[in-house]
Structures are given as structure tokens and as C-alpha cells.
Design a protein around this ligand. Structure first.
Ligand SMILES: NC(=O)c1ccc[n+]([C@@H]2O[C@H](COP(=O)([O-])OP(=O)(O)OC[C@H]3O[C@@H](n4cnc5c(N)ncnc54)[C@H](OP(=O)(O)O)[C@@H]3O)[C@@H](O)[C@H]2O)c1
Length: 311
């Protein structure tokens, strides 16, 4: 089968298209999926460039790719709710026991996939697993956002931000978000109530008394967010470990979230998507042969919503 592989960590020049990679063999707890589309995430270029090599070293040659949507071809033991031919979405990252999704087939853990949302096609569904589960885990599980609560969502036009705005509105929240000027109309359409242009305004000068913040940017953006929160407010960061000084100073609960893409979360996410006509914005698609370009685009351009590689 065709796969996008690396033999060492590095930039686009280490990314190879290999035509003769053996199709992985199914074993207990695993499922073989014929991949239709692969949503690109920042983690994909970070894995390629070796950001996680201390934590989980890759065995080379390694196939890249985390998210996918596709069709089940073979089932290992322990897959009671799944059948050959089912349309599924989820994650098959080489960092968590998958064989890598930028390929014609991926071997995934059964507990990292679910039936895909029926209202999304494979291209849209492939853009959802990591960002959708990140938004769900943050807003529903870590923050417990409820009706009329105010939340600040940073990077509202990005992968996580664009789903998180729609989820926060569904939960009845009031949403402020930070974006660059070009993205204002996009986040307004997603439902944002208060839009701050981070290139000309400092959000901490105008926003106050927020119940929660979701940080997808890190650094100064993370640190300034504490000032916007009420006492007892919560900040969830996708990038920063809790800062105990700021937590004490502002009496705020801070959480670093490590997103775990599980069957249970993917199933709840798919139900919410289908019942509420939720959209995944796919800005651009690339063919599998141009995966290296897609990873660079994700790293350098920051798409509005998602970019997807079609297989
Ligand atoms: N901890 C975990 O388990 C986990 C899971 C998933 C993702 N992550 C991380 O979370 C981050 C976000 O992921 P994502 O998929 O949403 O990435 P993304 O699609 O690149 O979105 C990030 C957004 O932030 C915007 N941005 C950049 N600088 C900003 C600023 N100063 N203020 C406001 N917005 C700004 C970017 O757009 P512009 O620059 O064009 O404005 C972009 O739209 C990534 O670093 C990713 O690696 C962590």
C-alpha cells in the first residue's frame, strides 16, 4: 500500500511516499480501516520534526498521521459493536499504538474509533477527531460549561477553536474569541458573541468576569487570560502546564489538558454533530502525494478550520 513515511526526524524533505509498505496485520483489540481522508493537525508536523521523540520515540520507517475517516476492512477480537464495511472515524497515531493514517490502510486501536457522524462526509469527518474531542473534553468534562456562563476561546478560527465556539453556543454559553481580522466574519457565523482582533487589541483590557477560558495558543495569551476570569473560574490550556502563582493570584483553577480520543467521546461527539447540524470547515484539501505540503501549510499558514489529505 501507499504510505507517507519518515526514516528520521526533520522538515518536509524527510517525508517520503512509499508505494510498497505491507498492509498491517490485524490482531486482538485492533481494526484495519481503508482510509478515505486524513485531517491534518499541528501534532502531525510536530511528530515529523521530533517534538515528542523523548516521550515516545518512533520506530523507523514510521508512517505519519493521527486522524482519519474510512471504512472497516478487517476486525480483530473485541470489536463487538463494529462490522466490516462500517464507516468510522477516529485516531490511528503511531504515538498511541496505531500504524499512522497518511496511508491507504491504517491499523487502529478499537477504543480509538467510533461510527462517523452521518451528516458529515469522510473529508469533513476526518477533520474532527482530535479537535472535536479536545473541545468536548475541555468544555463538557473539564469546565462543565453551563447556560449563561461566559467563556473566552482563543484562536476561534482554528481547528479546536471553531468546534469549541459551536459547542459553547450549544451549551448556552456567551462566547468571546480572539482572531486575526480576516477571520472575524468566520467566527461570527459560528456564533461568537464578542470578537477581539488579537493583532490590534489586548483582550485583557476589554474582557472581564469570565467563568472560563480555553487556551489554544499558549505563552502570553495563556498568562493574560487569568486576569479576565472570575474568582473560582477555570482555564483549560492545550499547551501550558498550570501556573501556580497565577492560580493563587487570581483564585483560578488551571488545567493542562491532554486530549484522549476515545470511542465514548467520539460517539458523543458524532451524536451532537448529527443532532445539531454542526459544521466542520475544511479550508483546503491535498492529495496523499502532497502530504508534506499539507503539513507545512498547517504549520505556516494556520487554516480556517481544517485542512484534509484525501487518500
Ligand atoms: N494537549 C493536547 O492534547 C492537544 C491536543 C490537540 C491540540 N493541541 C495543541 O493545541 C494547539 C491548537 O490546536 P489546533 O488544532 O486548534 O491548531 P490550529 O488549527 O493551528 O489553531 C490555532 C489557532 O490560533 C490562532 N492564533 C495564533 N496566534 C494567536 C493569538 N496570539 N491569539 C489568538 N489566536 C491565535 C491561529 O490562527 P492565526 O495565526 O492565523 O491567527 C489558529 O487559527 C496546537 O498547538 C496543538 O498542537 C494539544
Amino acid at each position: 500500500m501507499k504510505s507517507v513515511q519518515i526514516n528520521k526526524y526533520g522538515a518536509s524533505d524527510v517525508t517520503n511516499i512509499n508505494d510498497n509498505v505491507p498492509i498491517p496485520k490485524v490482531s486482538a483489540g485492533k481494526v484495519l480501516v481503508e482510509v478515505n481522508a486524513v485531517g491534518v493537525n499541528p501534532v502531525d508536523w510536530k511528530i515529523r520534526e521530533g517534538f515528542f521523540q523523548q516521550m515516545v520515540p518512533l520506530k523507523f520507517p514510521a508512517t505519519l498521521g493521527t486522524d482519519f475517516s474510512g471504512i472497516i476492512k478487517e476486525l480483530g477480537e473485541g470489536s463487538a459493536d463494529l462490522n466490516i464495511g462500517d464507516e468510522v472515524y477516529g485516531q490511528g497515531s503511531p504515538l498511541s499504538g496505531g500504524s499512522g493514517t497518511f496511508a491507504e490502510f491504517v491499523l487502529t486501536n478499537i477504543n480509538g474509533i467510533a461510527h462517523k457522524p452521518k451528516t458529515l462526509n469522510h473529508v469533513e469527518a476526518s477533520g474532527l477527531p482530535l479537535v472535536g474531542v479536545s473541545a468536548w473534553q475541555a468544555l463538557v468534562e473539564n469546565i462543565g460549561l453551563s447556560k449563561n456562563q461566559k467563556i473566552l476561546i482563543h484562536g476561534g478560527a482554528g481547528g479546536i477553536g471553531s468546534i469549541a465556539i459551536q459547542l459553547a453556543k450549544h451549551l448556552g454559553g456567551y462566547v468571546a474569541t480572539t482572531v486575526k481580522p480576516d477571520d472575524k466574519e468566520f467566527v461570527q457565523q459560528l456564533g461568537a458573541d464578542d470578537i477581539v482582533d488579537y493583532t490590534t487589541q489586548s483582550f485583557d483590557d476589554t474582557l472581564e468576569d469570565y467563568d472560563a477560558a480555553l487556551d489554544t495558543v499558549g505563552g502570553e495569551t495563556y498568562r493574560k487570560s487569568f486576569k479576565v476570569l472570575k474568582n473560582n473560574g477555570t482555564i483549560v490550556s492545550m499547551l501550558e502546564q498550570p501556573d501556580s502563582n497565577l492560580m493563587k493570584q487570581y483564585d483560578v483553577k488551571a488545567i493542562f489538558q491532554f486530549t484522549e480520543t476515545t470511542t465514548e467521546r467520539l460517539t458523543k461527539l458524532a451524536q451532537w454533530i448529527d443532532q445539531n447540524n454542526i459544521k466542520v470547515n475544511v479550508e483546503k484539501t491535498f492529495p496523499l502525494d502532497e502530504t508534506a505540503k499539507a503539513l507545512d501549510y498547517q504549520r505556516d499558514v494556520n487554516p480556517r478550520g481544517k485542512i484534509v489529505v484525501t487518500v
